[in-house]
Design a protein around this ligand. Sequence first.
Ligand SMILES: [Zn+2]
Ligand SMILES: [Zn+2]
Length: 172
Amino acid sequence: MNPFIIDVSSLIQGAESAREIEITGELSSIEFGGALVEFISPLKLVAALKKASRGLTLRGEVKVEVKLRCSRCLKSFNYPLEFKADEVFALPEDLSHLPDEVEAFPIHKGRIDLEPALKELIVLNLPFRPLCSEDCRGICPHCGKDLNVESCHCQQQADDVRWSALKKLKET
Ligand SMILES: [Zn+2]
Ligand SMILES: [Zn+2]
C-alpha cells in the first residue's frame, strides 16, 4: 500500500473537519539540476489536513535525509532536510476556479496523492550549491587534487609566476 495516498472523502463530505496525519514512507529518487537525488531515509510527514471552502489544506513538517554531491569537491554526502509543508488540494471541478497564485494538487475520487506535492517541496528546499561542509576546500583546478585530503603547490606557483612577472615589469 502506498502510504502517500490518503482517503479524504470524509473530510470533503464534511463528516470530519480536520485530521492529524503522520506518515513515513519511501520515495523514489528525483532528478534535480541534471543529477539524481537519492533518499537515504524514509520521508516523515507530520501534518494537519483541514477542510477549506474549496478542497483541503495540508500544513505540517517534513523530514528526510538525501544524498547530495558537493559542488566543490564532488563527493557525495548525507544532507538532512527539514522543512514546512503548506499545500492546497482541490476537487477537479474547482481547480480551474482557483486564483492564479494558488497552486493546488488534485483530489481524485476522494483521495489525494501526497507524493508529487512532497517531491516538488523537496526540490524547492534543496540547496542551490550543495557543500559537504561550509569550509570545503574543493578540488585544485590545476592538478585535480582533493584539497581536503592533500595540499598542492599549484596556487603558490601561480602566485610566483604572477609575482615574477610583476617584478620584471618593475625592473624595466
Ligand atoms: Zn566538498
Ligand atoms: Zn594543484
